[in-house]
Design a protein. Structure first.
Length: 114
């Protein structure tokens, strides 16, 4: 079980991802943008931050997430080319969005086992 901060711009997809994560026994916190997430990291024992790159700028990531503590950063994107963008180096895992959230579940399992 992990505590996960979930950021997803599409409300329907967000609910699907939340249900999948909770169904696997994780505690899910839903937050908006990068500012809210970086503030929340200091207030709770977060294991994973899942950030929707469709609504964020990669350029801001290194300075916003300099101190993740023990939390792992997972980036999700509709633009699969971002997986190879050098600015995504800060992430522990980058995955392309899929219809049913299976890619996200695989990324979460991979990060938790590393």
């Amino acid at each position: 079980m992990a505590q996960i901060l979930l950021n997803e711009s599409d409300p329907i997809r967000h609910r699907l991802l939340q249900l999948r994560l909770e169904g696997s026994g994780h505690i899910v916190w839903s937050l908006g943008g990068v500012e809210e997430i970086s503030d929340a990291l200091g207030q709770a024992a977060i294991d994973i931050v899942i950030l929707d790159m469709d609504e964020q700028s990669l350029g801001d990531l290194p300075q916003r997430f300099r101190d993740l503590g023990r939390a792992k950063l997972v980036l999700q994107t509709s633009n699969c080319d971002l997986r190879f963008d050098f600015r995504s180096w800060i992430a522990d895992e980058v995955f392309c969005k899929g219809k049913d959230g299976a890619n996200m579940m695989f990324a979460v399992k991979k990060v938790l086992h590393n």
